[in-house]
Design a protein around this ligand. Structure first.
Ligand SMILES: CC(C)(COP(=O)(O)OP(=O)(O)OC[C@H]1O[C@@H](n2cnc3c(N)ncnc32)[C@H](O)[C@@H]1OP(=O)(O)O)[C@@H](O)C(=O)NCCC(=O)NCCS
Length: 180
């Protein structure tokens, strides 16, 4: 894409927090007013990644580092009228590539579990699982979430944590069994 509508993924700044909050505000089926305020605070505390079209922020992802090897995507959203056009996929691929280059091995995201039976978030769950995230646990109640909203804990591995270059100790070759 060229010209004023060109799509670009870039590292954001705290100055993008208001745009992130506005996007979440427009997604009434997904974010309560309290969740919007958390997004505003998170976007200020943690540098967001944003997608711009024609220079305007149309999607964001907020990531909290958990040490050198792990990170959590705290939230992500695409402007309501632009969902389903590949923006979220481009954003998540960009974020995961950046995290991988920085040495991150595991990335977590929490979303409403399908067990909640809430259709809007079923699409979100499919979005994450179709992009390599694996459902490893369900927590209800999750601290900070309203009871009755089971949280699906999804994890994506950007590199192996067992074996390979991250092995903590060298494999010890077992002694050969004595001949009978
Ligand atoms: C989830 C979300 C960030 C994905 O961003 P996006 O720009 O819509 O994503 P893409 O267009 O790249 O991908 C769309 C995919 O998401 C799913 N999807 C979700 N909502 C969709 C919609 N309204 N229209 C089409 N596809 C939708 C589809 O299954 C599609 O998957 P596929 O391409 O494998 O068939 C975005 O839809 C969103 O903001 N959802 C509401 C807020 C939310 O749930 N945030 C995540 C909180 S954990």
């Amino acid at each position: 894409m060229t010209g004023s509508s060109a799509r670009r993924v870039r590292a954001g700044t705290a100055g993008d927090a208001a745009a992130c909050a506005d996007i979440a505000t427009g997604l009434l089926d997904f974010f309560t007013p309290a969740a919007v305020e958390k997004i505003r605070a998170d976007a200020t505390a943690h540098r967001p990644w944003v997608v711009t079209e024609g220079g305007r922020v149309v999607a964001f992802a907020l990531v909290e580092r958990r040490g050198r090897r792990a990170a959590e995507i705290l939230s992500a959203a695409t402007e309501a009228s632009r969902r389903g056009r590949g923006i979220g996929t481009a954003l998540v691929e960009h974020v995961l590539d950046d995290l991988r280059r920085a040495g991150t091995l595991l990335v977590e995201v929490k979303t409403l579990a399908p067990a909640a039976g809430y259709a809007p978030y079923d699409a979100t769950y499919r979005f994450w699982t179709a992009r390599g995230f694996v459902h490893v646990d369900t927590i209800d109640p999750l601290p900070g979430w309203e009871p009755g909203n089971p949280a699906a804990v999804l994890v994506a591995a950007l590199a192996a944590t067992v074996g390979g270059p991250h092995r903590a100790t060298q494999r010890v070759t077992p002694k050969q069994a004595p001949p009978e």
